[in-house]
Structures are given as structure tokens and as C-alpha cells.
Ligand binder design. Structure first.
Ligand code: SF4
Ligand code: SF4
Length: 303
């Protein structure tokens, strides 16, 4: 709560006196039209991670700024937040990241990028972004080696330092806790302070039922009492506490191919729309009920 308030005040200072009023009007317009007020955008299918056992697609798609602009032009009202994020990919690998963030900035009240920080190049600290979220899988070099196959912690922290030297109102460091980094949350405050992050938090890694990337069973911090998962009778992870509604009910997901989906995880059996139009946004608004009821097969793994 305090962090959200601090972020809001910093953005207000940067975006000018009219910012809260414009944002409030957009919140009201989205509510009136029953549209989720947030939009998550995957800028590319490529990744800068180079982790062992996770090859990027042979021909990764990149979202063009023109296609993002078309989707936003057809939206009945602008979204409140636009968040660039990857799905087994990373925004920093996108060739058009500057143009995409500029388009987002013109259309959203708050623009953020979530990244692993690898491949942060000179000038990225000046992107028109309100909030950077750097996600690390471990706060020690050993944890990185165990999880990613190489220790690139210092490279990721150098990216945090660069972003903090730019003009983004908020730069956060998030530790995703896995089995190999289950002892790291206590180290996070020191690591975040040394990197100049404005805020930090630790979250547990989510189970990925596709068994790919980090979210496979062997990486879950199942021995940590706070981990949301335990092994069920069938040997598969299950949530310890019956979850409430969808954690992403308030947003939609535009993937790098320009397809609008309910969320990054819902899978190919979930509804989607491929062509921008007002009707497409109306259809997408109707998915909120499915999400609130956690009706997609993978919903049962979302904490
Ligand atoms: S595991 Fe994640 S960060 Fe590593 S290469 Fe794959 S998608 Fe990128
Ligand atoms: S998988 Fe289901 S619960 Fe999880 S974010 Fe998507 S819609 Fe929500």
C-alpha cells in the first residue's frame, strides 16, 4: 500500500498536475464499459536470458508499434495501465521497445516494464516508463547458477542501477523464490539497497503445468512454509489455500503476434481475438466472468 502510494506520488510529480484527474476519468470510463482497465503487452517472443534448457523460438515474433496503436485506437476508452511483460520471453529483447513504450505512454496513465534485466543497453534508462520491475530468480550467484546455468546476478543488478539513474519514478526489485533460492529473501533488502532500487519484494515462483522453464515441479520451494503449493495425492502441485478470484481479472493480454487473450497463462483452449476492432474489445470484456470463476484449466494453479 505504502509502495503504491509512493509510486503514485512520484508519477504525479513527473506527469504533471492533471494526471490524477485523467486517470480517475479513465478508471470510471473503463468501469462503465465493464472493460478490464489494465493491458499486459508482450513486445516479443524472444528472450535475453539464454538460460540452460530454454532455447528461444526459431522465428520469434515481434509486436509492431503500429499494431499496438491499432489495438489502442479501437479500444472504446484508453486503458489505465499498460504493462510490458514476457511470457517465456523478455521485453528487453524487443527491437521496437522505444516506439512501443512511446505509444503506450500516449495511451495509458501508467506504463511499466517487467524484465529479468539481462540485455539492458545504454539509453534504456531514458525510456518513457513510469515503473521498472526487475525480477531475479535468486539473490546469490550460486542460486543463479543452479537455476539459469550461469551466474548473471551482477549483470541484472547493473541494469537496476542504470534504470535507477534514469527518470523512471519507480524502480523495483522482485525476488522470485524457487527451491534453489529459498534462503535468499533475507538477503534481498541489502541487494536491493546496493543496486539503488526504490522498492523490493519477494514472491514465490508459480507452477507451470506445461513443465517448461523455471516453473517445473523440481524448482518449486515446496519445503518453505510460505510456499503456496504442496504436492497433492497424485504427485502434482496443488494450492494449499483455495484461491479467490483471478489475480489478473483487471487486465487483458496482447501477445507478440497481436492476439488479444484473457491472460498470459490461459492457453490455446481459451478464447482469443486476432484482429483489432471495437467488437473485439467488447468480446474480450466478456471474458472477465470466466476469469473471476477461474474457468480455464490452468486457473487452478494460479495462487
Ligand atoms: S527461462 Fe525465462 S529468462 Fe531464461 S531464457 Fe527461458 S524465457 Fe528467458
Ligand atoms: S490462468 Fe486463470 S486464474 Fe490465472 S491469471 Fe489466467 S484467467 Fe486468471
Amino acid at each position: 500500500m505504502f509502495r503504491t502510494l509512493k509510486t503514485g506520488l512520484r508519477i504525479w510529480r513527473r506527469r504533471g498536475a492533471a494526471w490524477p484527474g485523467i486517470m480517475a476519468a479513465r478508471v470510471a470510463a473503463n468501469a462503465l464499459l465493464r472493460l478490464p482497465r489494465g493491458l499486459m503487452v508482450e513486445p516479443t517472443q524472444n528472450c535475453t536470458g539464454g538460460c540452460t534448457g530454454c532455447p528461444p523460438p526459431e522465428e520469434p515474433e515481434d509486436l509492431s508499434p503500429e499494431l499496438l496503436a491499432r489495438w489502442l485506437d479501437h479500444r472504446p476508452t484508453p486503458p489505465v495501465t499498460i504493462h510490458f511483460s514476457g511470457k517465456h520471453s523478455d521485453p528487453l529483447a524487443a527491437p521496437h521497445l522505444r516506439e512501443l513504450t512511446e505509444t503506450a505512454r500516449r495511451n495509458g496513465s501508467m506504463v511499466s516494464i517487467s524484465t529479468i534485466g539481462l540485455g539492458f543497453s545504454h539509453g534504456m534508462e531514458k525510456l518513457p516508463v513510469d515503473r521498472w520491475i526487475f525480477s531475479i530468480p535468486a539473490a546469490t550467484g550460486e542460486g543463479w547458477k543452479a537455476l539459469r546455468g550461469a551466474d548473471r546476478l551482477e549483470e541484472a543488478l547493473a541494469a537496476v542501477r542504470s534504470a535507477a539513474s534514469g527518470n523512471a519514478p519507480m524502480v523495483e526489485l522482485v525476488l522470485t523464490v524457487w527451491r534453489q533460492s529459498a534462503g535468499d529473501p533475507g538477503k534481498l533488502p541489502g541487494v536491493a539497497a546496493a543496486a539503488g532500487a526504490h522498492g523490493y519484494k519477494a514472491v514465490f515462483g508459480n507452477y507451470d503445468p506445461e513443465g517448461r522453464h523455471f516453473g517445473r515441479v523440481g524448482n518449486l520451494a515446496l519445503d518453505s512454509p510460505e510456499c503456496p503449493y504442496r504436492l497433492g495425492p497424485d504427485g502434482n502441485p496443488e494450492l494449499k489455500v483455495k484461491p479467490r478470484g483471478c489475480p489478473l481479472a483487471g487486465c487483458l493480454f496482447l501477445d507478440a503476434s497481436g492476439t488479444l487473450r484473457p491472460c498470459p497463462f490461459a492457453g490455446d483452449d481459451a478464447p482469443r481475438v486476432t484482429e483489432p476492432s471495437r467488437e473485439a474489445w467488447r468480446r474480450a470484456a466478456s471474458w472477465t466472468g470466466f476469469k473471476r470463476n477461474r474457468a480455464f484449466p490452468v486457473c487452478r494453479y494460479c495462487p
